[in-house]
Unconditional design. Structure first.
Length: 146
């Protein structure tokens, strides 16, 4: 953020071409270069390290409470949705950053939807297994009291 002077495109959604490109311009040449490198390196590494955790967390929670197969599939779908949305967002951001000052109106106007989908999928990938584990814990406490 110090190099770009503000929140990155993948931290705060931007839904309008003008806003997206105003933010990209505000990053400056050095900020755009650093951000584009980050997008194809550190951000991908982070994604590939958190994805196995999210998948294992969902699998563990589903087995712990013996949730039906359909519910387990849904719980596993959110980490995958997070992966897909984040990859789309990264590719679009990288294209806009490296092509600047050329404009990509479709990407600039729709990257916010990929960002929003990413954050929603990530939240659900964490909240659903946590809720399942909480229910498992409550159930075990109740059964011990009886």
């Amino acid at each position: 953020m110090a190099a770009t002077g503000g929140p990155l495109l993948d931290q705060r959604p931007s839904f309008a071409e003008a806003e997206t490109y105003a933010r990209i311009a505000a990053f400056g040449a050095k900020g755009r270069t650093l951000y584009s490198r980050f997008t194809v390196s550190t951000d991908i590494i982070f994604l590939l390290t958190i994805l196995p955790f999210l998948l294992l967390f969902a699998t563990f929670a589903a087995k712990r409470l013996h949730v039906p197969r359909a519910a387990r599939t849904i719980m596993l779908a959110f980490p995958v949705a997070y992966l897909v949305a984040d990859l789309i967002e990264n590719v679009w951001n990288w294209i806009m950053l490296t092509d600047f000052p050329s404009r990509r109106p479709f990407l600039a106007g729709s990257v916010g939807f990929a960002t929003t989908a990413k954050w929603i999928a990530l939240m659900l990938a964490v909240v659903l297994p946590t809720a399942v584990l909480f229910l498992s814990f409550v159930g075990s406490v109740r059964s011990k009291r009886l």
